[in-house]
Write a protein that binds this ligand. Structure first.
Ligand SMILES: O=C(O)C(=O)Cc1ccccc1
Length: 310
């Protein structure tokens, strides 16, 4: 198994900064790829042990390229997640003034995070999407665009200057990144875990989504992300990406997944992994009636009923 992690590059992305916070990254070769797709394909092809990519931000929600890759194609599993607070710097070639800027570039997920700043300071600048924020910085260095929104740390790497720093429309904007690998046994539960799944409903009927969500609700499972993605089969056809609190080895989660498996057309398990937002000590208490012990005692009781020992 190659000891390398692929990540959304080039060097100097927020993705790289987030990846370096994982202790296991210190023992791996970190290899930049030009896109989320190519980083994930490197894992599928066996070129990399895992890939590290952005998946969600607190301003705009899911990063659709990543979600769509996990929804379709050869199955992959989320091993870990990292949260990173994001503020942008406006990077320019040395000497550029604000009034010189006609084109600005960044990853599409950056745009909703700097929209108001742009409207106020550069209302006439043309937005050009780049494969990542660091790629935008590289394109500014090459002279293709006048300015890039990227991490301030990317300036030195690309010979640029930060004309402005601390740019963010929303306070405390965070981006969530995931380490994704080939399907493998999930890490043991920590007491503060998350389970990600994709659900395809069997048929269209009133309350279809409520039926899916009910499998979690009746077992006391809190949801952390619900994002619909088009299946590609026409207007109105969606699958649902869901993050739920808990681990597949928790009885209530296992039972919820069994319920979904029975009523859905398809369920794709994307992994159970430790939550980055809280520690196990901060995890919400298990709602009454949904602990492993209570599920097991109930199963025991049914067995005794079947045996006539109630
Ligand atoms: O990692 C990067 O630099 C990216 O381009 C992805 C991204 C986009 C917006 C905010 C954080 C990360």
């Amino acid at each position: 198994m190659p000891a390398s992690y692929a990540y959304l590059g080039p060097e100097g992305t927020f993705t790289e900064v987030a990846l370096r916070t994982l202790p296991e990254a210190a023992t791996r070769e970190l290899v930049p790829y030009v896109s989320v797709q190519s980083a994930l394909d490197a894992v599928r092809a066996g070129e990399a042990e895992a890939a590290f990519v952005p998946i969600e931000n607190s301003v705009e929600g899911g990063i659709t390229t990543t979600l769509d890759e996990l929804v379709a194609g050869e199955p992959l599993t989320i091993y870990r997640e990292v949260l990173l607070s994001i503020t942008f710097a406006l990077l320019v070639r040395p000497g550029t003034k604000l009034t010189d800027i006609k084109t600005v570039s960044a990853h599409p997920a950056a745009q909703p995070q700097v929209r108001n700043w742009l409207r106020k300071h550069l209302p006439d600048a043309v937005w050009e999407s780049a494969a990542s924020n660091a790629d935008a910085a590289r394109l500014v260095q090459e002279g293709r665009y006048d300015a890039a929104f990227a991490g301030e740390f990317a300036a030195a790497r690309y010979g640029l200057q930060a004309l402005e720093t601390g740019i963010h429309d929303a306070e405390n904007a965070q981006t969530r990144f995931v380490l994704v690998g080939r399907p493998a046994r999930p890490a043991a539960p920590t007491g503060a875990d998350k389970t990600s799944v994709v659900l395809w409903q069997r048929d269209d009927h009133p309350g279809a989504l409520r039926d899916l969500l009910g499998e979690f609700a009746t077992r006391g499972i809190n949801l952390m992300l619900l994002q619909s993605r088009p299946t590609g089969a026409g207007i109105g056809n969606y699958c649902f990406c869901i993050d739920a609190e808990g681990h597949v080895s928790d009885r209530r989660m296992a039972e919820a997944l069994m319920g979904l498996k029975r009523i859905c057309l398809q369920v794709r398990f994307l992994g159970s992994y430790p939550r980055a937002d809280i520690t196990p000590a901060e995890a919400r208490p298990t709602p009454p009636g949904t602990s492993d012990e209570e599920f097991m005692a109930a199963a025991d009781w049914v067995t005794r009923c079947e045996d006539g020992r109630f």
